[in-house]
Design a protein around this ligand. Structure first.
Ligand code: NAD
Length: 490
């Protein structure tokens, strides 16, 4: 495993193409969000590097796609074991690169990255295809599935290795080879994983990682004629660019995008469970999870009580230095992002909203060395209209809005009144109501009386501007393969 650079020197990353580390002559500065200092240089790759990577992936495809699922499964499992064996190094690196707490990286990001390989290494062993009989025609129809070729995989900065491996694992499990581009802001753990690929038995060219920005490396991957499939997680605006860039080639596209997720809290909710869970769903990972709650609708009869208890609990959600195991939140990803998130709080105030805790209300005491870090306290806003930008746009930070509602029908309409449709949470003890509301909410996932519990076997994705397609065991299998119907007359 590579050693992290000394605090005063920069860590310099290299692309991983055809099983080799390839230096790049141009670099992008990458910052430690907890100090605001540059600590890493990320390759600023362009068309040439993407071209090399696609070439290597194409060359590796025939042999890799011919392996049995069991052989590929064994390699994926070995890679999972190696990631687990380096848990601490990965967790420290992810925290330093992204700003999240080491605890979160150690308990969520990295274990899930290993599990992605283990999960798809197992699920690939259990797929079957369809068959139908047409006896009256003397025909038997069946489907076969084949890997698509070179998969283009593009991931964001909030859950860096977790979301990158969520794409690499299913893509290669079914026999594709891959060219992946992680976010330029969080590239370190992807680079560290490259060091493990050879030891795991991943043949050269099966996984290629090209680092760089979206407009250069990302756009070159999207518009490469020999990359027939793009799996993308990121913002809705970028998805629109990817749609345009890939349109001339009619590529297969899977998009996991932003959200403006509601939590609906009925008067019969178990508040003892609901309040800590809603604090967690609003602020986990600095609010930088696409599934985070950012609009809380509370039935009017319990509104004041809820608000008081919720604000008290939010104030206990501790923000501080990411290596401190007693804190819940670390730093936001970048200065620009921090300013954008703060801007929404100012906007809410300008529109008549009240800030009950956090930004501008409570101050944060940080050690000297972290004073230029991108920290922000959990912020609760109320008295905002449904049409305000804070209630309509994805903020993607530790900010949540709380508003009252009067009836079930009304709250469903208001919860659906955004362009997004990623996830929703419903808190109630009335089973009939839970079914009714879950059915009517426009969201790819509805959690009731819980949040963020995921069975990877089931589809994951968003409606409306939150995505196109679904991923998960069967859905990923479908997306990362081409299906063909064969008809035989006997
Ligand atoms: P982003 O769209 O800015 O960037 C995501 C990735 O796309 C990065 O690797 C970036 O370099 C690349 N990219 C940017 N422009 C590109 C272009 N023109 N062509 C090709 N690639 C390009 O998103 P972000 O700011 O990194 O991530 C935050 C967003 O991701 C939020 O909207 C969040 O909700 C969303 N997200 C969604 C999910 C989900 O599962 N639905 C999960 C995590 C994050």
């Amino acid at each position: 495993m590579p050693k992290m650079a000394d605090q005063r020197t920069h860590l310099v990353l290299e692309n991983y193409i055809g099983g080799k580390f390839v230096p790049c002559s141009r670099h992008i500065d990458s910052y430690d969000p907890s100090t605001g200092e540059v600590y890493c240089k990320v390759p600023d790759s362009d068309k040439e590097e993407i071209e090399e990577a696609v070439k290597a992936a194409k060359e590796a495809f025939p042999a890799w796609s011919s392996k049995s699922p069991a052989e590929r499964s064994q390699i994926l499992n070995k890679l999972a074991d190696l990631i687990d064996a380096h848990l601490d190094e990965f967790a420290q690196a992810e925290s330093r690169d992204q700003g999240k707490t080491v605890t979160f990286a150690r308990t969520v990001d990295i274990p899930r990255s290993a599990y992605n390989f283990r999960f798809f290494g197992s699920s690939i062993l259990h797929h079957t295809t369809e068959c139908s009989q047409m006896d009256h025609m003397g025909c038997l129809n069946y489907t076969i599935r084949s890997p698509v070729g070179v998969a283009g995989l593009i991931s964001p900065w909030n859950l860096p290795l977790y979301l990158l491996t969520w794409k690499i694992a299913p893509a290669i499990a079914v026999g594709n080879t891959a060219v992946a581009k992680p976010s330029e802001m969080t590239s370190v753990t992807a680079w560290m994983m490259c060091k493990l690929l050879d030891e795991a038995g991943v043949p050269p060219g099966v996984v290629n990682i090209v680092f760089g920005t979206g407009p250069r490396a990302g756009a070159a991957l999207v518009s490469h004629p020999e990359v027939p499939l793009i799996s993308f997680t990121g913002s809705t605006a970028t998805a629109q660019r990817i749609t345009e860039g890939s349109a001339p080639y009619c590529k297969k596209l899977s998009f996991e995008l932003g959200g403006k997720n509601p939590a609906i809290i009925f008067q019969d909710a178990n508040l003892q469970e609901c309040i800590p869970n809603t604090v967690r769903s609003s602020f986990l990972n600095q609010g930088e999870v696409c599934l985070c709650t950012s609009r809380i609708f509370v039935e009017r009869s319990i509104y004041s009580d809820f608000l008081q208890k919720f604000v008290e609990a939010a104030q206990k959600w501790k923000t501080g230095v990411p290596t401190d195991s007693s804190v819940n939140n670390g730093a936001l990803i970048s200065k620009e992002h921090l300013e954008k998130v703060r801007g929404y709080v100012k906007l809410a105030q300008a529109e008549g909203g009240k800030v009950l805790c956090g930004e501008g209300v409570t101050s944060l005491d940080l050690p000297e060395r972290n004073k230029s870090g991108y920290f922000m306290l959990p912020t609760v806003i109320t008295d905002v209209s449904d049409e305000s930008r804070c209630m309509q746009e994805e903020i993607f930070g530790p900010v949540t809005c709380v508003v009252p509602f009067d009836s079930e029908e009304e709250v469903i309409r208001r919860a659906n009144n955004v362009k997004y449709g990623l996830s929703a949470v419903v808190w109630s003890r009335d089973v009939g109501r839970i079914h009714r509301v879950a059915k009517k909410l426009q969201a790819g996932t509805v959690w009731t009386n819980c949040w963020l519990i995921r069975d990877l076997n089931l589809p994951f994705g968003g409606m409306k501007c939150s995505g196109i397609g679904r991923e998960g065991a069967k859905d990923s299998y479908d997306f990362f393969t081409e299906v063909k119907t064969v008809t035989i007359k006997h």
